[in-house]
Write a protein of this length. Structure first.
Length: 130
């Protein structure tokens, strides 16, 4: 039996971006049966989606959308992640992984607050995200 991928990756940007380790993060947080679509986007699409769905006229760094109990979509804004990584003391790759953790916890049903922050801290340590 062949392994089924948990994540399907699509790109709307030309910029190279590694998603190495992303599947492990998603499987750890959401389980192996969860199916997630990951779309790597730029500022323009991030702004459009953020305005449409959150009524905020700025490009988001990450957006997550649950589709069902076992599926969801995550949009990562690669240019913004690269710009803001150092502000959070992370490499761009580390910041991307942190935002994937954050988005996956939202897909799992977490909302912002101390419980989510504690879960993020544990996962950042477990995945050695810096």
């Amino acid at each position: 039996m062949s392994k089924v991928s948990t994540i399907e990756v699509a790109r709307t940007i030309r910029s190279p971006w590694s998603t190495a380790g992303y599947e492990t993060i998603v499987q750890t947080i959401l389980g192996t049966k969860y199916r997630m679509s990951l779309v790597l986007i730029g500022d323009k699409r991030a702004r459009t989606l953020n305005k449409r769905h959150r009524h905020k006229d700025v490009p988001a760094n990450v957006l997550s959308f649950p589709l069902s109990r076992t599926s969801g979509e995550v949009f990562l804004n690669v240019p913004k992640i690269k710009r803001e990584a150092s502000r959070f003391g992370l490499s761009p790759a580390g910041h991307g992984k942190y935002l994937l953790v954050h988005a996956a916890l939202h897909l799992k049903g977490h909302t912002h607050g101390s419980t989510m922050e504690q879960a993020e801290e544990k996962l950042l340590a477990a995945f050695n995200i810096r």
